[in-house]
Design a protein around this ligand. Structure first.
Ligand code: GDP
Length: 322
């Protein structure tokens, strides 16, 4: 089992690197990786060549073009095109070269903007998406449906998981393109070291979000890869499994915790010219809990670890597309 050849696509990004750490720590010795310089996942011919040569038995699709609310609303064509290409190329090549199992990672933004909360797996495709990240969400929904369709047509054991908002080592700390957690860790840190009196937070502070430490996500992915097969989803009327903590808080509450962890004591200014995005995004994770998986890292503890990584690695940034 532990000598299975596993290809982790996106191993230099926050998610892929955490999954890589997890498989390595579990004793997997045959982990295959390629940087984006070595293998351009947007190129179908290159991806096929790679699969033909390596023929991985397990495949984890953690490669994607990712970004926060602003990046998603600006680079709309790139988010749609690059993600469609990456997932189509990998999923088809995995099928063509006989991969035994594939895990595709999406995101909670695949759920409709006004879906009831918490978000159940069944709510996929029940009403319109949030407009800021619609292109990314459409690409991820296509990835989920690729996995399902390859199962239905060819019997492939391809499954999808949808993590909630993630944070941790190798996150993207670039203020223009990052998600809220790394952006605020950086803003509070810089305000503290530069003795600034005020930090600017986007939006109204009222949106509710759920956050999962990325090593907990990797643990959940490992668990799902071991326990769940395609029929467990598709024969039970769902196409994907949610991964999260099941707990959410407002951006304003998050601000208080980050300020406390970082040690910033100044004022907060809400810039309401910036978008709030979807009002609430909380996953229903009953399925995962019923299967016996729970997260272990508390929010304050996780933010402390993320801040520690940031302090040791400023200047480096995770690359979701690698
Ligand atoms: P979302 O979960 O897809 O909406 O993406 P984000 O993580 O980028 O944003 C989550 C929420 O945090 C939104 O309501 C943002 O307006 C808010 N937010 C507050 N300050 C920031 C910031 O500095 N950067 C980002 N990306 N979001 C922020």
């Amino acid at each position: 089992m532990k000598d299975k050849k596993i290809y982790i696509a996106g191993h230099r990004g926050m998610v892929g690197s955490a999954i890589h750490r997890k498989y390595a720590s579990e004793g997997y010795t045959n982990i295959v990786t390629r940087t984006s310089g070595e293998l351009n996942l947007i190129r179908q011919d290159k991806v096929e060549e790679f699969f033909e040569k390596e023929r991985p038995q397990y495949v984890v699709v953690a490669a994607a073009k990712v970004g926060g609310i602003l990046a998603n609303s600006i680079y709309r064509a790139q988010f749609l095109y690059e993600n469609l290409m990456i997932e189509s190329n990998i999923i088809h090549a995995a099928y063509k070269y006989g991969a035994e199992k594939l895990l595709f990672l999406g995101s909670s933004c695949i759920y409709p903007k006004l879906a009831p909360q918490p978000l159940k797996e069944e709510y996929l495709l029940t009403s319109p998406l949030e407009e800021t990240n619609e292109p990314y969400a459409i690409a991820k929904i296509a990835g989920i449906k690729l996995c399902e369709s390859y199962y239905r047509q060819y019997g492939s054991n391809f499954i999808s998981v949808m993590p909630t908002n993630l944070y941790g080592p190798f996150d993207n700390y670039d203020l223009k393109t990052s998600h809220v957690m790394p952006a605020l860790i950086r803003k509070f840190h810089e305000a503290k070291v530069n003795n600034k009196e005020e930090v600017e937070v986007w939006g109204t502070g009222t949106p509710l979000r759920e956050f999962l430490y990325v090593d907990d996500l990797a643990d959940a992915c490992y668990y799902v890869m071991q326990q769940v097969n395609a029929p467990d989803l598709y024969e039970k009327g769902i196409s994907q499994i949610n991964i999260g903590t099941g707990e959410d808080l407002t951006i304003a509450e998050l601000v208080t915790i980050i300020a406390d962890v970082v040690g910033f004591e100044g004022k907060i200014k809400y810039d309401t010219s910036k978008p709030d995005g979807t009002p609430r995004k909380l996953m229903d994770i009953s399925r995962l809990h019923d299967m016996g998986w729970h997260h272990t890292t508390g929010l304050k503890e996780g933010i402390g670890k993320a801040y520690e990584w940031f302090l040791g690695n400023q200047g480096k940034r995770g690359k979701g597309e690698e």
